[in-house]
Design a protein around this ligand. Structure first.
Ligand SMILES: Nc1ncnc2c1ncn2[C@@H]1O[C@H](COP(=O)(O)OP(=O)(O)O)[C@@H](O)[C@H]1O
Ligand SMILES: [Mg+2]
Length: 249
């Protein structure tokens, strides 16, 4: 679905990523794993065309036959709006503290795909229900809900939008273990029920084992290993991957 080829990112003299290559297969959950600072978030920002112009990016990000690094800002905005939904580490930062959740969730879901608020009200109700959220939360402000609930609101928007690709960058780092597990189950559900392709960034190998079909291992800006989770877990080839797997227990 998306082919990242030879993606190199440089800031001034600092090489952030070096010829990163990986493929996101349609319908799969693929995870990007690697220690903090290995270039995972920068890779995603580059893919989404969200890096500032002073950052040097080379390579290709092929999506539906087009190189996303070459498309106009306008076209890129449209891709981000319709096809790709992104969830970041801390949902509370994604919501404006002084606006009720209903309005913000509309903006993240119905609004962005052109639904009226009436349509939103009808379509969002069963989604919230399914995720164990009551409609009352739409009348609340973000500070009235926990981080876990806000992350759930975000995923409700993803269920609503049914994007081609969901990118989640360390979505559970701010959650406790129980909420992490629940959130990952929701991602799996989204993938199984709607066929949503998911790129999940995490440094948690338990999450990888539980959720992902394929994995890409990054170390210091380079991809050192790719493969199905089964293969990489049972036969890691790179020393870094071996170390990662050993440190799990
Ligand atoms: N705006 C920036 N300017 C300079 N260096 C940056 C900037 N943003 C990130 N970096 C550097 O890029 C590297 C990769 O960062 P990042 O992609 O956030 O890593 P990860 O998401 O894997 O933890 C890090 O060394 C970080 O210090
Ligand atoms: Mg990151």
């Amino acid at each position: 679905m998306i082919d990242v080829r030879d993606l190199s990112i440089r800031i001034n003299d600092k090489q952030i990523t070096d010829h990163v290559d990986f493929n996101i297969p349609r319908g799969k959950i693929i995870t990007l794993v690697g220690e903090s600072g290995s270039g995972k978030s920068m890779t995603i920002s580059a893919m989404l065309g969200m890096l500032t112009t002073d950052i040097n990016v080379s390579g290709k990000v092929i999506y539906e036959g087009r190189n996303l690094l070459d498309v106009s800002d306008k076209d890129m905005k449209s891709v981000r709006k319709k096809d790709i939904f992104t969830i970041f580490q801390d949902a509370s930062n994604s919501f404006n503290p002084s606006v009720k959740l209903g309005r913000q969730m509309y903006a993240y879901s119905g609004g962005r795909i052109g639904d009226t608020t009436d349509v939103f009200n009808v379509k969002m109700l069963p989604v919230l229900d399914k995720l164990g959220l009551s409609w009352d939360i739409t009348e609340q402000y973000p500070f009235q809900l926990s981080g876990g609930m806000l992350q759930r609101c975000m995923i409700a928007c993803a269920f609503y939008v049914e994007p081609e690709l969901l990118i989640a960058d360390e979505p559970t780092s701010a959650l406790d273990m129980v909420l992490q597990k629940q959130f990952i189950q929701l991602l799996i559900q989204l993938n199984e029920e709607r066929g949503t392709t998911i790129l999940l960034v995490t440094h948690d190998l338990d999450i990888v084992a539980e959720a992902a079909h394929e994995m890409v291992v990054m170390q210091q800006g380079r991809v050192v290993e790719t493969g199905t989770v089964e293969t990489v877990f049972s036969q890691p080839r790179h020393a870094y991957t071996k170390r990662l797997l050993e440190s799990r227990f």
